[in-house]
Design a protein around this ligand. Structure first.
Ligand code: DGL
Length: 265
């Protein structure tokens, strides 16, 4: 793969364990409408967030190799779980390729914190990883941060269930026990969760809690890294988005475009 030559004309690759990374792609398209994007969702092997690290690495490398074979000029690992398990090794394997990962947006949450509690919703695997603990260590003396493992939540998005009683039952069990009067911010630390923002807000009712995620920050970093290598297209170009899914099901592709075009809350 050493002779992979990067050029402006190539698309930018995006990967996720499934459809979650589309919440990041949505921001990237807004920031760089002139670019072509190629998105690969590994829904067949989802969820990643409850699998052992080794397996997540193997799956992530398989997807990235496919994107590299197709020819990409940059890569967004639009999955917190895959980022924590594999981004370091991806950078070693593809040293020339601009690669950005995503991590729970704890930094902005702490920066804007007015003294209340910060909850971080993420997959069990993200929460277990040393990368996440390092991130927590960096901010734990500046704010009270509590991790909320959300196994089983990404599945709602994969099935296109963005609303309904079952989600309320889920949040009653997994989120409510962590909610206290001083909860100020919830960090959506898995790229699937921004698609549930509307429902989470409704679940929280009149509590004044801010929901934040890292999709804009990651997209800005991606643009910066591509610009640094002079790999950005002319601003007057019109880009396109191609979506692939490992299930091979048209239904998943249709759902992907629906999520991508879903207006943000
Ligand atoms: N979208 C992925 C993330 O950001 C995780 C979902 C999964 O468990 O596969 O962590």
């Amino acid at each position: 793969m050493k002779d992979h030559k990067l050029s402006k004309d190539m698309p930018i690759g995006f990967m996720d364990s499934g459809l979650g990374g589309l919440s990041v792609l949505r921001e990237a398209v807004k920031l760089m409408p002139e670019e072509d994007f190629i998105y690969y969702g590994d829904s067949k092997n989802a969820p990643y967030g409850t699998k052992p690290e080794e397996e997540i690495r193997r799956l992530t490398f398989d997807v990235v190799d496919k994107l590299m074979d197709r020819g990409i000029k940059g890569l967004a690992v639009a999955c917190n779980t895959a980022t924590s398990a594999a981004v370091k090794l991806l950078r070693i394997k593809y040293p020339e390729l601009p690669i950005v990962g995503i991590e729970p947006a704890i930094k902005p949450a702490v920066t804007n914190c007015k003294g209340g509690k910060i909850l971080v919703m993420a997959t069990p695997m993200t929460i277990k990883q040393p990368k996440y603990h390092k991130l927590l260590d960096r901010y734990s003396d500046k704010a009270y941060i509590v991790s909320v493992p959300c196994d089983g939540l990404m599945e709602f998005v994969e099935q296109g269930n963005l609303d309904g009683d079952e989600l309320d039952t889920y949040f009653d069990k997994h989120l409510k026990p962590f909610l206290t009067d001083d909860t100020e911010t919830i960090v959506l630390g898995c790229t699937h969760y921004p698609f549930l923002k509307h429902h989470i807000k409704r679940f929280l009712g009149n509590k004044n809690i801010e929901l934040i995620d890292g999709s804009l920050g990651t997209s800005m970093e991606l643009r910066r890294r591509l610009g640094e290598k002079d790999l950005l297209k002319q601003e007057n170009a019109v880009g396109k988005v191609e979506i692939y899914n490992s299930t091979g099901e048209q239904e998943m592709i249709d759902l992907s475009y629906k999520l991508l075009n879903m207006p943000e809350e």
